[in-house]
Design a protein around this ligand. Structure first.
Ligand code: 1GP
Length: 246
């Protein structure tokens, strides 16, 4: 497997947009994975993220093994806690919740994860994760006991993202939260992408092809789709607009 981060950087340099489908292990039955993988293969997805806020890790290895048997798309862990680490994946978004002030999600879980990660060959990608207010309380907010950042304060969010870059994060992830009522504002995506030189991931509440394209145009390098695909695995099948973008 090639270096996933290098490929993300190369894509950014070439303005090739990336699309990740999020699989929340809590919400999928193991026996549906082959069918879902088939749908993913037919979609423009370039990456698969696996994780969720509250999942405790049961069957994670099996889910990833099944995915790998049915697709060649790189699988990145997107963990809510250190129990969600599987050596079977290709890499891990090693998240730091920059929007919150809960030390568990800034350093404690990361320290706990080290002995687990050291036993794997997972590619570890330091990711500054920024939760943005989205109109409803999301699972990330509930589980991490942190407040999201003000969705109107673009400057402060961009400042936070830049702090992540200075700290050494390799990617910034702007997150409205899974199933968010309102996605991250497009102006905020622009402001952040202009301020940082890192690849920018955007997700949460994006549920139409137009919204995906708008996020790309605003400056997202990768868009993450969870709920829209979960609710309708055929979501991408008639997706001419998205296919043109990718
Ligand atoms: C959540 O950004 C992802 O962490 C995806 O959100 O489920 O709303 O697509 P949705």
């Amino acid at each position: 497997m090639t270096n996933i981060y290098n490929e993300i950087q190369t894509s950014k340099a070439k303005s090739k947009k990336l699309l990740a489908i999020l699989i929340d292990p809590d919400k999928v039955a193991l026996e549906t994975i082959p069918t879902l993988a088939e749908k993913i293969n037919q979609s423009p997805a370039t990456h698969i993220l696996v994780g969720g806020s509250s999942f405790e890790g049961n069957h994670l290895d099996e889910i990833i093994i099944q995915l790998k048997q049915n697709t060649k798309i790189p699988i990145l862990l997107f963990p809510g806690n250190p129990a969600q680490i599987s050596a079977k994946a290709n890499g891990i978004l090693f998240l730091q919740l920059l929007s919150g002030r809960n030390p568990d999600y800034l350093i404690e879980h990361q320290v706990e994860a080290v002995p687990i990660l050291e036993k794997t060959t997972l590619e570890v990608i330091s990711t500054g994760y920024i939760l943005i207010e989205s109109g409803n309380e999301t699972a990330v907010e509930r589980v991490t006991k942190t407040k999201p950042l003000d969705r109107n304060n673009f400057d402060y969010v961009a400042q936070t993202a830049k702090a992540g870059e200075y700290i050494g994060n390799k990617i910034i992830y702007l997150e409205a939260g899974s199933g968010a009522k309102n996605a991250v504002p497009l102006e905020m995506i622009s402001e952040v992408s202009n301020r940082i030189s890192l690849p920018l991931i955007v997700g949460g509440g994006i549920r139409s092809k137009k919204a995906i394209d708008d996020a790309f145009l605003a400056g997202a390098d990768m868009v993450v789709i969870g709920t829209a695909f979960e609710n309708n695995p055929d979501f991408f099948l008639k997706s001419e607009i998205v296919n043109q973008q990718l």
